[in-house]
Write a protein that binds this ligand. Structure first.
Ligand SMILES: [Zn+2]
Length: 253
């Protein structure tokens, strides 16, 4: 039996099981144990606590700005060191609620929130999505993929492609070196750790690309993706994530 056939069978079994589970157990809120009427719903009192991001924000990295200084305003970090990507946007500020949504997705393999995450991301990334030729997920090294059996960034990219109508390429980028997990590393350690580990798979001359990931922490992964895509001829690279770290104290959390 080929590797891919086994993977498809395993995937098929899991989705059948989750469909059965939907019938036996009522859908749960994405943020609590509360029963809700359909998958992907959040009860109103917790919905109101979600930290949705919006303007005014840095035109480059999407960092929220304390006051509106016009559509071209940049944050201190981007003024000091220009990012390799054109823009980055995120739907949510990374707080306790966003952390739960992301950990359920990434460690728990919970997929019922994907359609609603995709809607939030489509709203946050409207400008870039309106110009994009394709979406692609931030890549995971194949050994990590084999251990976990899924890449949450690919799930988000697929859901966002459905929500936005922009086509997605699952493998425009690949990780050529396995590096240690970025968790617990500082910004400069993250840049060193991920530098040179990502390559584009082919030429994409003149294309406008949106790189999709679950969370933007220091931007080191997006920077590495952007450098790889530029080498492959890409004209513009935009990052779009479900959440982004706003408080520096959350980086090590
Ligand atoms: Zn910025």
């Amino acid at each position: 039996m080929s590797q891919s056939y086994r993977a498809i069978r395993r995937f098929g079994k899991r989705s059948t099981l989750s469909r059965v589970a939907d019938v036996i157990w009522p859908p749960r809120s994405l943020l609590s144990e509360a029963s809700v009427e359909r998958p992907g719903v959040i009860e109103p009192e917790l919905w109101g606590e979600l930290g949705f991001l919006g303007a005014p924000w840095c035109v480059r990295c999407g960092f929220p700005l304390p006051r509106d200084e016009g559509p071209e305003a940049v944050c201190g970090a981007c003024a000091g060191r220009e990012p390799a990507y054109d823009t980055a946007r995120a739907a949510l500020s990374y707080d306790d609620h966003a952390r739960k949504l992301i950990l359920d997705l990434k460690r728990g393999g919970r997929r019922d929130g994907l359609p609603v995450f995709a809607e939030w991301m489509a709203a946050a990334g409207r400008d870039a999505l309106g110009r994009a030729d394709f979406l692609t997920p931030a890549p995971m090294h194949w050994t990590r993929l084999a251990a976990r059996s899924f890449n949450q960034a690919a799930w988000l990219a697929q859901a966002l492609s459905r929500a936005s109508g922009v086509p997605w390429k699952p493998a425009a980028l690949r990780r050529v070196k396995r590096r240690r997990s970025q968790e617990g590393l500082s910004a400069s350690e993250r840049r060193r750790n991920v530098g040179g580990a990502i390559k584009a798979a082919g030429r994409f001359d003149g294309k406008i690309v949106v790189v999709v990931d679950d969370v933007l922490t220091t931007g080191a992964t997006l920077e590495a993706c952007a450098r790889a895509l530029r080498k492959a001829g890409v004209a513009e690279v935009h990052g779009l994530t479900l959440a982004r770290v706003v408080r520096p104290t959350d980086i090590l959390a």
